[in-house]
Design a protein around this ligand. Structure first.
Ligand SMILES: [Zn+2]
Ligand SMILES: [Zn+2]
Length: 199
C-alpha cells in the first residue's frame, strides 16, 4: 500500500462547512466540528442580541407555564391527579386481566382504572392503590364496576383482611392543591419508571 493510500484511509470524511457564506468541504479535526475555521465559527455565532432575545423568550414561556399552573382550580388539579393515578394503575396491572370479569390481559378493548369503593362514597380511598385496579370498560362503565366479580378477585390479589380494612374507619380526606400536586409528581415518577422498564 502506498503512503498516500494509507493517509487517505486515515483521513476523516470531509464535512461541509455550516457557514452558509462559505460551504467548502473540510476534514473535521474533532468530533462535532461544524465549520472549517475560527473565522466561520465567528460568522455563524449568535450575536449577543440574539442570545438575549432567546433568554427572554425562555423566561416568558416559563412565566406562562407558572401562571397557568396558578390559575388552575382545585378541581383541575384533582382531575389531573386522578388521570395520572389511573394511568399508573393501568400500567401497574398491565400483565393482569380485568379485576371484575374473566377478560384476559390480551383483551383488545379499552382498559379503565376501576375503584372498588367508589370515589363518591369513599373519597378517602380515591388514591389508594389497594382500592383501584385495572378493569375492562364494559365492567367499569356498564356494570358499575361489576362489584360482585370485583370482590373475590380483589380478595385474591390483596387478601381478605386488606379488603375488610377498606370498609373500616378512615379519616375523611380533603386534598389540598399542594397535596394533589405531590400526587401528580409521584404518579409521573411511577409511570416513567414502569414505561422505562417495559421499553
Ligand atoms: Zn467555512
Ligand atoms: Zn371486565
Amino acid at each position: 500500500m502506498t503512503r498516500t493510500a494509507l493517509k487517505e484511509m486515515k483521513a476523516p470524511k470531509p464535512k461541509k462547512c455550516k457557514n452558509p457564506a462559505c460551504g467548502i468541504s473540510f476534514p473535521p479535526q474533532r468530533l462535532g466540528q461544524r465549520v472549517c475555521s475560527p473565522k466561520c465559527a465567528l460568522a455563524i455565532a449568535p450575536t449577543n442580541q440574539e442570545r438575549a432575545r432567546k433568554a427572554i423568550q425562555q423566561r416568558e414561556r416559563r412565566e406562562i407555564r407558572t401562571a397557568k399552573e396558578r390559575v388552575k382550580s382545585r378541581a383541575d388539579h384533582m382531575r389531573e391527579a386522578q388521570a395520572l393515578f389511573n394511568q399508573w394503575i393501568r400500567l401497574r396491572d398491565a400483565h393482569l386481566g380485568c379485576v371484575s370479569c374473566d377478560k384476559p390481559a390480551t383483551w383488545n378493548g379499552q382498559w379503565h382504572a376501576s375503584h372498588f369503593l367508589s370515589v363518591g362514597s369513599s373519597p378517602e380511598h380515591r388514591f389508594n392503590p389497594l382500592n383501584v385496579h385495572k378493569a375492562c370498560s364494559v365492567c367499569n362503565n356498564h356494570l358499575s364496576g361489576n362489584i360482585h366479580g370485583y370482590r373475590p378477585e380483589l380478595e385474591r390479589r390483596i387478601g381478605i383482611e386488606a379488603v375488610e380494612a377498606l370498609f373500616g374507619p378512615c379519616e375523611p380526606k380533603r386534598y389540598t392543591i399542594p397535596e394533589l400536586q405531590e400526587i401528580k409528581v409521584d404518579c409521573w415518577a411511577k409511570i416513567k419508571e414502569l414505561k422505562g422498564r417495559a421499553a
